[in-house]
Design a protein around this ligand. Structure first.
Ligand SMILES: [Zn+2]
Length: 298
């Protein structure tokens, strides 16, 4: 079978050379979408004609399906070329970008940029198929508002609360990172990060917060004193990074969308060793995802 020429690397000039028009992007999407062969979405027939714009027309019922149909690129208002460039920047930049920046740089409407970027974040969401193993640290933090002077978990109601987990390498470096919005610091709220992202065999370490005690019935949790964070250096560095990223890139992150921003952050962290294929990985996810209508996004 024909092997797809996947785009590799983070080089901007090379990227602009490869994708010069909407048609170049359609070709890429079509190759990805139908690499396992064509099957008509209406009648299931396998025979088709390939059109000039790489869409396919079924030989039996004549239904024509575009390369972007039923993907997260479905009816993208500003064209695929801009959409590909935004995906490239969002996946390869280390900093992330705001919708205001994207709107200006690609001369598109701010709301349109925001809605498309949320679709990209949906595609960046963890599959939850690869739970963290080995040495895992779990901690919580708050975003927004003042934090000085707080040591307990009795933070005010306005701040957004987040629980996060890191998988560590043997030398104590961050291998993977996940974070989830929580409503409070109870065991019930802390549990989903375990269920979604941590293997039952993992060696989990937390500080002495009582909210973790009920969870230790099902998970191997060792609770140790935080010692002002000294015992949790790697996870605290990550918390510092995600907070300053949220603060500098997005002055205001709504409670409704915070998980999307956390997905974006985790996606880039967890793929920092696979930068060569990160763009292709993102486009693959955009193609596989169900289409999401703008009204469900914002
Ligand atoms: Zn058909």
């Amino acid at each position: 079978m024909h092997r797809m020429d996947i785009f590799k690397g983070q080089e901007v000039i090379e990227f602009s050379r490869r994708f010069q028009s909407d048609l170049d992007c359609k070709k890429y999407l079509a190759e990805l979408k139908w690499k396992g062969g064509f099957s008509c979405r209406k009648c299931g027939h396998n025979g088709s004609q390939i059109r000039k714009d790489f869409s396919r027309t079924c030989n039996k019922c004549s239904d024509t399906e575009s390369a972007g149909a039923d993907t997260l690129f479905h009816k993208v208002k500003f064209g695929l070329l801009k959409a590909f460039h935004i995906c490239f920047e969002m996946s390869t930049s280390t900093k992330g970008l705001s919708a205001l920046y994207v709107a200006k740089r690609y001369s598109i409407n701010h709301k349109t940029a925001l809605s498309f970027m949320h679709k990209v974040r949906e595609a960046m969401k963890s599959s939850e198929n690869h739970p963290m193993k080995g040495d895992v640290h779990v901690d919580e933090f708050v975003v927004g508002g003042q934090e000085a002077g707080h040591t307990g978990r009795s933070y005010g109601g306005k701040k957004k609360k987040v629980v996060c987990a890191v998988e560590l390498t043997e030398s104590g470096k961050v291998k993977r990172f996940y974070a989830l919005k929580i409503n409070d610091f109870s065991a019930k709220s802390l549990k989903p990060i375990f269920e979604n992202h941590i293997d039952k065999e993992a060696k989990v370490t937390t500080d002495e917060w009582k909210g973790y005690r009920p969870i230790s019935k099902e998970y191997d949790i060792n609770q140790i004193p935080s010692a002002l964070g000294l015992n949790f250096k790697a996870i605290h560095t990550m918390i510092h990074k995600v907070k300053s990223w949220l603060r500098t890139t997005y002055s205001w992150v709504s409670k409704r969308h915070i998980n999307r921003y956390l997905s974006e952050f985790s996606y880039r962290i967890n793929r920092s060793q696979n930068k060569e294929t990160v763009f292709h990985n993102l486009i693959t996810r955009m193609v596989k995802a169900e289409k999401i209508y703008a009204q469900n996004i914002i």
